[in-house]
Design a protein around this ligand. Structure first.
Ligand code: NAP
Length: 267
C-alpha cells in the first residue's frame, strides 16, 4: 500500500497529466486524479496501483467551484493530508480571432484554465500550509507569446503564471511554481493541427504541422517528469518562478530521481 506524499492532480485522464500521474506513482505517492472523463480516470487509477502508487479517481469539471472544493474534501477524507496541488488540466479553444470568438466558449476557457486553479488553490491552501507543500501550475509559452486565434488561452496562461508569483509572495510556507512544458505530443496539438487553419496565422499553423511531421514534438513523459519532480522537490528559492521543463535545475535531478523509464513494480 502506498504511503507517500498526497497530491491532487488535475487533467489526469490523458496526455501530460496521465504521464505526471505515472511518474508520481513510481515514487509511491497517493494521488487524487481529477478530470471529466470518469472511465479514463478509472483506468489510470488502476495503472497507478500497478506502478506502486494509489489513485483516487474524482470526476469533476474544474470550471465549477463546487467540484473543486469537493475534490479537495475527498482527498482529505481519503488520505488525511495534502502535500501538493498540480494544476495541469487545460483547454485550448476557442480557436478563433477575438472578433469571431464565441463569448461563452471564451468564458469557459478562462474558467478551466484560470478560475479552476484559483478555486482549487483556495480550497487547498490551509492543508498545503500545514504540510509545507507545493502548488505546481502547468503554464505555457503562450503566457508570454501572443498567438493569433488563441486569445482566451494566452490570456488565461498569462494570468495563471502571474497568479503563481502572487501566491509565492503571499504564502511563504507553500512553494508555488509555474512550468512551461514545451510543445508536447498530446491531443491539444492534434486540435491545433485540425482547427488551427483559418483561425491562426499560416506561419504558425505550418510551424506546428512541421514539428509533428519532423517528429520534433516533445513526448509527454519528458515535461511530465519535470512537473512530477517539482511537486515533490521544488525548493523554496524557486517559489514564484516560471521555469522551463528542460531547465537543468529540474531536468537533471528529475532524471536522477525517477530514471528514464516507467517500470511497474507489481504487474
Ligand atoms: P490534453 O491531452 O488535451 O489534456 C488535457 C487534460 O485536461 C485532460 O485530462 C482533460 O480531461 C483535462 N480537462 C480539460 N478540461 C477540463 C475541465 N473542464 N475539468 C477537468 N479537467 C479538464 O492536453 P495536454 O497537452 O496534456 O495539456 C496538459 C497541460 O499542458 C494543459 O494545461 C496545457 O495547457 C498545457 N500545455 C500543453 C502544451 C502542448 O503542447 N500539449 C504546451 C504548453 C502547455 P477531460 O477531457 O477528461 O476532462
Amino acid at each position: 500500500m502506498a504511503d507517500g506524499p498526497v497530491i491532487l492532480l488535475t487533467g489526469a485522464s490523458r496526455g501530460m497529466g496521465a504521464e505526471i500521474a505515472r511518474w508520481l506513482a513510481k515514487a509511491g505517492t497517493r494521488l487524487t486524479l481529477v478530470a471529466r472523463s470518469a472511465d479514463s480516470l478509472e483506468k489510470i487509477a488502476e495503472e497507478i496501483r500497478r506502478l506502486g502508487g494509489e489513485g483516487l479517481p474524482f470526476s469533476a469539471d474544474i470550471a465549477g467551484q463546487t467540484g473543486c472544493n469537493e475534490a479537495v474534501r475527498e482527498t482529505l477524507d481519503r488520505f488525511g493530508r495534502l502535500d501538493a496541488l498540480i494544476n495541469n488540466a487545460g483547454l485550448l479553444g476557442p480557436l478563433a480571432r477575438v472578433a469571431d470568438a464565441n463569448p461563452d466558449a471564451w468564458r469557459y476557457n478562462i474558467e478551466v484554465n484560470l478560475l479552476g486553479p484559483f478555486f482549487l488553490t483556495h480550497a487547498a491552501l490551509p492543508h498545503l500550509r500545514a504540510a509545507h507543500g507545493r502548488v505546481i501550475n502547468i503554464s505555457s509559452g503562450a503566457a508570454v507569446k501572443s498567438v493569433q486565434g488563441w486569445s482566451a488561452y494566452c490570456t488565461a496562461k498569462a494570468g495563471l503564471t502571474h497568479f503563481t508569483r502572487i501566491l509565492a509572495e503571499e504564502e511563504p510556507d507553500v512553494v508555488s511554481v509555474a512550468i512551461r512544458p514545451g510543445v508536447v505530443n498530446t491531443r491539444m496539438q492534434e486540435m491545433i493541427r485540425e482547427e488551427g487553419p483559418g483561425a491562426m496565422s499560416e506561419d504558425k499553423v505550418d510551424y506546428f504541422q512541421t514539428l509533428k511531421s519532423e517528429n520534433k514534438l516533445e513526448p509527454a513523459n519528458v515535461p511530465a517528469r519535470a512537473a512530477a519532480w517539482l511537486a515533490l522537490h521544488a525548493p523554496q528559492e524557486m517559489s514564484g518562478e516560471f521555469v522551463d521543463y528542460d531547465d537543468a535545475r529540474i531536468a537533471e535531478p528529475a532524471a536522477a530521481v525517477f530514471g528514464d523509464t516507467l517500470e511497474s513494480v507489481d504487474q
